[in-house]
Design a protein around this ligand. Structure first.
Ligand SMILES: CC(C)(COP(=O)(O)OP(=O)(O)OC[C@H]1O[C@@H](n2cnc3c(N)ncnc32)[C@H](O)[C@@H]1OP(=O)(O)O)[C@@H](O)C(=O)NCCC(=O)NCCS
Length: 221
């Protein structure tokens, strides 16, 4: 068979289960396409994720680096059991009891695996937007977000996620964006759907740091 430019060269990975089939689709998406040589040049022009701490400006929101002045609202976020009931236990903002220490380490220690930006509206802190789980060879990354309770229900998460997607696709070499939600988290599922994510796996057991496995949904865009 002669491969045409722009067509993916398809191998046949083993697809023993539904989960494997979903994964092999991801794997297929990550394959280079014939004729990608030209695109590679473009890719190299794009920034590598984590090579900068970006400031993203949207219609209502700004996503930017946190500073010492954000300690008080960050403490409000971290102390909210309702915010963290459907989140993993190991998020960086929970690593140190003093949130000032968290902020001081966000763009050094945390940045080794995760970029966490503050979400601001009218200069007021509303929550966190996170980009993590980079798999450089396949240009894949995961995203997450959590907002102060008083900021829920105003379209802020949806807008912040849209800004992250836009940044990743236009400014960096990221091509695949994934997210995980607890199956109970209907609000987060709505935020993902509104931003063009598709559910690829429903109800898979994952280790989110709790005593028992967390039953999660996996999303891709
Ligand atoms: C999940 C969370 C980020 C949603 O933020 P938000 O700013 O309130 O969400 P949005 O206002 O952008 O909602 C976007 C869509 O989600 C859906 N949605 C929002 N809240 C919902 C709810 N409680 N139940 C069902 N759907 C909901 C709606 O479809 C909404 O679309 P609409 O504007 O057409 O109504 C926020 O509730 C939060 O911080 N929760 C705690 C942390 C968390 O769970 N983070 C996600 C982990 S995966």
């Amino acid at each position: 068979m002669v491969a045409r430019p722009g067509r993916r060269v398809l191998y046949s990975p083993p697809c023993a289960s539904r989960w494997n089939r979903k994964l092999s689709w991801l794997w297929f998406k990550a394959l280079p396409t014939v004729g990608d040589a030209g695109k590679e040049g473009g890719r190299r022009m794009r920034k590598k994720l984590f090579s900068e701490i970006p400031t993203l400006t949207g219609e209502r929101l700004v996503l930017k680096r946190l500073g010492p002045a954000d300690a008080e609202p960050l403490r409000e976020l971290v102390d909210s059991p309702r915010v963290y009931r459907w989140l993993p236990t190991f998020l960086f903002e929970k690593r140190y009891p003093d949130v000032r220490e968290v902020i001081g380490r966000l763009y050094t220690e945390c940045l080794e695996s995760s970029l966490i930006l503050g979400v601001f509206r009218d200069d007021a802190f509303c929550g966190l937007a996170e980009i993590y789980g980079l798999r450089d060879p396949i240009h894949k990354v995961s995203v997450g977000y959590r907002l102060l309770e008083r900021c829920w229900g105003q379209g802020i998460a949806g807008e912040a996620l849209g800004m992250m997607i836009d940044y990743l696709h236009t400014e960096t070499d990221i091509e695949i964006i994934t997210a995980s939600t607890m199956v109970e988290n209907r609000a987060s599922a709505g935020v993902l759907r509104k931003n063009g994510f598709s559910l690829v796996v429903h109800g898979v057991d994952e280790d989110w740091g709790y005593e028992k496995p967390t039953v999660a949904d996996k999303w891709i865009r």
